[in-house]
Design a binder for this molecule. Structure first.
Ligand SMILES: NC(=O)c1ccc[n+]([C@@H]2O[C@H](COP(=O)([O-])OP(=O)(O)OC[C@H]3O[C@@H](n4cnc5c(N)ncnc54)[C@H](OP(=O)(O)O)[C@@H]3O)[C@@H](O)[C@H]2O)c1
Length: 330
């Protein structure tokens, strides 16, 4: 039995298109309204995805009583401000990853969600994908024995543009917050909190990381070697090694892809039964939580977002990456 939840999209940029496509695969989800700084752009996006209402400001969207949940898709540095606005109007919020640019901001957002008795979740879409969860289930089933190591990368070549979201420190630029978040999340999901973090970054002329290597060590001696970059295309694969075999997630492992395991008994392929474009799973999770009267997801909780952000804070500290907004509001 589904009830209808009315969604609003705040900032109809690139990823918002993917989200709107995905939402069409979620039973009970209705795209109700779009909010952009540009009224014409909001209307065009609304028409494209058959949303009945559009606004030329984020506040007008947040204030709309016909909207239940707002998906926030601005650049990282605006996530806190936009989330606080939506929470103020009592909306449930699904905010793009990274939830903010540092743990101080994440703590502020969690506090605001509690004070407003509203739902808040980071749109870490991979956490809700069937392949990622199948990998975790296989690990827990003992399929490859005791897990010892994770190897994961995420790299693509972006044109250097000091004013772009990827390179501008004022927009929270750098590989770490944009794509490094995926291998880091996967390591935390598999092993929990690391006991040691060693990282090294190559900085772009703007001072943000264009490439970064991270080695994590966990309590039982397990390790993770992670690499992410916006300067070159890399295999974008993940390999989980156990003492009796390995699990392989092929190219674009953080997206909906199939996976395989190899042990001394042979190899097995796991063909996933995906629905939609993958972005639908996180939206379905928000609605499930709301239907159950919960204010956060147990699958990707406030604590999980905070732990991930604290790890990224630590990496930034080790690599000397600072954002102008780091000290704002403290
Ligand atoms: N889950 C994923 O797979 C995935 C993939 C890509 C990006 N993301 C995340 O989504 C967020 C947005 O990324 P995107 O690639 O969609 O960015 P984008 O195409 O640049 O869109 C961002 C939107 O934010 C609004 N905005 C407000 N203030 C802005 C400013 N000062 N500069 C630029 N835009 C501003 C703009 O919308 P209006 O002008 O209409 O208000 C713009 O269209 C990022 O936090 C990123 O990490 C997630």
């Amino acid at each position: 039995m589904y009830r209808t939840y009315r969604w609003g999209i705040l900032a109809p940029g690139k990823i918002a298109h993917k989200f709107a496509e995905g939402l069409q695969f979620v039973p009970g989800a209705k795209l109700q309204a779009i909010g952009s700084r540009d009224e014409v752009k909001a209307k065009m996006f609304a028409d494209q995805y058959h949303a009945p209402v559009s606004y030329g400001s984020y506040e007008a969207l947040a204030a709309d009583p016909e909207v239940d949940i707002i998906y926030i898709a601005t650049p990282h540095t605006f996530h806190m401000e936009n989330t606080l606005l939506c929470l103020k109007y009592g909306k449930a919020v699904l905010c793009e990853k990274p939830l903010a640019i540092n743990s101080y901001q994440v703590e502020t957002m969690i506090q605001a969600a509690r004070e407003n008795d509203s739902f808040l979740m980071e749109a870490l879409w991979s956490r809700f994908l069937p392949n990622i969860n199948r990998a975790k289930e296989l690990v827990e089933s003992g399929k490859i024995g005791a897990i010892k190591h994770l190897e994961a990368d995420f790299g693509f070549k972006a044109e250097y543009d000091r004013h772009s979201r990827l390179f501008d420190p004022a927009l929270g630029g750098g590989a770490l917050l944009d794509i490094g978040i995926y291998p880091l999340f996967f390591a935390l999901y598999l092993f929990g909190e690391p006991s040691e973090v060693e990282s090294d970054a190559k900085l772009a002329a703007t001072g943000v990381d264009e490439s970064c290597r991270v080695k994590l060590t966990f309590g039982g001696g397990e390790t993770a070697n992670l690499y992410f970059t916006v300067t070159e295309f890399t295999p974008v694969e993940a390999r989980i090694e156990g003492d009796q075999g390995e699990i392989n997630l092929p190219n674009r492992w953080y997206q909906p892809v199939n996976l395989a395991s190899t042990t001394e008994h042979g190899s097995e392929d796991y063909v996933m039964d995906f629905i939609g474009n993958g972005y639908n799973y996180q939206a379905a999770e928000v609605m499930k939580c709301l239907m159950e009267g919960r204010r956060e997801s147990t699958k990707w909780s406030h604590h999980d977002s905070l732990q991930l952000m604290r790890l990224m804070d630590k990496i930034r500290q080790q690599c000397g990456i600072e954002y102008p907004a780091d000290h704002t509001g403290r």
